[in-house]
Structures are given as C-alpha cells and as structure tokens.
Ligand binder design. Sequence first.
Ligand SMILES: [Zn+2]
Length: 429
Amino acid sequence: MTDALVFRRVRAIDPAGALDAEVDVVVEAGRVTRVGRDAAKDFVAGERVRVVELAGGWLLPGLIDLHAHLREPGSEGKEDVASGLRAAAAGGFVDVCCMPNTWPVNDSRVVTEMLVAKARAIGTVRLHPIGAITMGQKGEHLTEMADLKDAGAVAVSDDGRCVTNSQVMRRALEYATTFDLPLIQHAEDHALTEGAQMHEGAVSTRLGLRGWPRVAEDVIVARDVLLAEYVGARYHVAHVSTMGAVRLVREAKARGIAVTAEVTPHHLLLTDQALLGYDTACKVTPPLREPEDVEALRRALADGTIDCVATDHAPHGVLDKHVEMAEAAPGMIGLELCLPLLLGLVRDGFLPLGRLVDALTGAAARIVGLPAPRIRDGARADLVLVDPAARWTVDPARLKTKSRNTPFAGREVTGRVMMTVCEGRVIHE
Ligand SMILES: [Zn+2]
C-alpha cells in the first residue's frame, strides 16, 4: 500500500473547474491533495510513493455511465456484475448505472440490494442500480419507488420496453417526482416497430428488412415532454437516435421543461449503411439511423442539447448474434470502447474535448444526482489516465467483458485508458 500516488506533468482536464493545464496531481488517502505546477516536487518515488509519468498523458475525472446492461441476475453467461465492473474500470468508468431489464426484472428492493451488495464486495467501480418503472416492466402497475430508492436505486426506467400507456406514464412521472428519482424513458412506440429489424429507409428497402421509422421514437418523446411539463416532472430520454427527437429536446429545454437526454457512441459514429452486409453486430435498439441523424446528434451533443454520453453496453453471446437478422438480439458492448471511439470525434473537430469530458462526467452525474468526480484539492480521487496518442486495434477477445458483440472489431483507434483510479485505489491499469 502506497501512501501517495503522484501523477507528474500530466495534462489535467476538468471542465467543471475550467482546468486544462500541465500539472502534477497528488493523491493521498483516497483524496486529491495537490494540483498544480510542480505540486509534487517534494515527492520522491519509493516504497510509499508511486510516481506515474506518461509523456503526453491526460488525466481526466473518472467517467460515469448512466446506461449499462450487466445481465445479472439471469444471464450471467453474457456478463455479470464482476465482469461488467472489470470492463467498466478498463473503460475509465468509476460509476456505472445498470438497467433493470434482467431476469428477474429489478422491480424490487431485493434485487437492488443484491446488486449493491455484490458490487460493494468487489469494491472497485461503484454500481448504481436503476429500478423498473412498472412491475415486471409490463407497463401496468408502478413499482414501489420509495423502496427502490431506499435500497440504492438512482433512477427508474423500463429500458428495453417503453412506457406507452399515457395514464401509466403520467402516474409514473408524478410518483418518481415524489421521490426525486429521475425517470428514464426508452422511447419507442411498439405498435410502430413490430417486427422491425433496422431503421426504416432506403437501406431497409434495399435489404428487404422490416423498418423501424424515426417517428416511433419521436411520438413518444413529444408526448412525454408534454406530460413532464403538465405534471412538473423531470424526464430523461435514453439513447436518442433521431433528428426529430433532438429537435423536440431542444425545444423543450428552450421552454424551460426539465428534460435531459443521452446519446450512445454507436449512434454518433455509425449509420444504417453498416447493416448492408447483414452484420447482426450492428443490430441495436434503437437502430442505427441515417447520416443526417448522426449529424444532428453530434451537433446536439456539442452544443449541450444532448447532455451526456451513455454506452448502452449490451453484451450478448455468440448464439444470440450468429443467427438471421430477425432473430438476432439487439445491442453491442460499449464500456471499453466508448472513450477511444469518441476521442476520434474530438480529433476530427466534431466535439470539443471539454464537452466530451463533461458529457461523460459532470453532466451525467447531475442527471442521477451523483457527486461528480473532479480534479481539485480535497476531491475524492476518481481519475482516469489516458494516453491520447496510443494506437491500438480493437480485438474483442482481449476485452474484459464476457461478450464479443461489437462491429468495431478490427478497427484501429487512437487513445487508450492506461489507468483508472477510484477513491484513490488503482482499479485498472
Ligand atoms: Zn433502451
């Protein structure tokens, strides 16, 4: 056990504190104790002092993911809390929120407590369960949200399913507001997406696959915004994928409604063209859209209309994906690829680095009411060290997640998480 962990001459980037400078950062007893030029000059590497030097390295606040599927309980062959948290640490995350569409569904105190206890016993990345909105995610009867919150849930969502009944949604918004729990909607009008395998457009016509129109997302966001305004509730849209939903969120914010939104790395980087080879790794929910949607999403993330990035990490086994498109399970892994992939958008000029860091830290933290990791004196030491110049090729077999389902296999990326520190402890390197 070292007494001090010292980062010497790193570029520390903490947009919340307007920090972007080459400094030393010292961690002692789980806290950041010094930040500044030559702040670590009194520290000499030794038995009790670990000095980390990485030429050109960046030090960021630890990342937060609002939307991950860790598959426990019920589908531990795809992922479990332990492997999911290892993947999260390898991706630079210190806080992960896990969705309730497990088996059984996390609609009760028992499941939430089990998840919290498992993660605590592992003692690395902090896990924050998201409870269901309705019992069994059936869209009918509301869960005991007070119990869920008391057990450690930070939000409610029926992710994987949409709350389509307007009366249930109204009551859910009112009930969640009572307990100050953000409600996260998976915006999909299921009547419009029955049998859908991909985005509805020219590519789906060409491939002869049943399409999922943009409007299936847009009608739900439009209705929900009106309901949230009517009852005075907070409302968060999961994985926004359409330019129409972006416009609705932008208008709602301009009118002062408490709406927030997240976007996934894959919706920022891929279009429905990726499906042309019938690659089931590209089947996701909501589906990959068209270039004008990608452009709208990038612009909205850059200008803050979309608050944060969430991975929608969705591990699946080989047998779930090596089937026809119609049978393939939707989703792709994301925790370990999120930061490297999005650093590409920064390099290409689509996204300011400070905005990306905010979208993965402070902005995400605010939505679920978690303390945001910071780089400043006295802050809890939640940090990620990145080598922005490291080039590597994505090899799913070398990732920490149990699953391999990613269309980014074989892609060369630049930027690598070298070390993740959570509460002063190195949890990945
Ligand atoms: Zn979803």
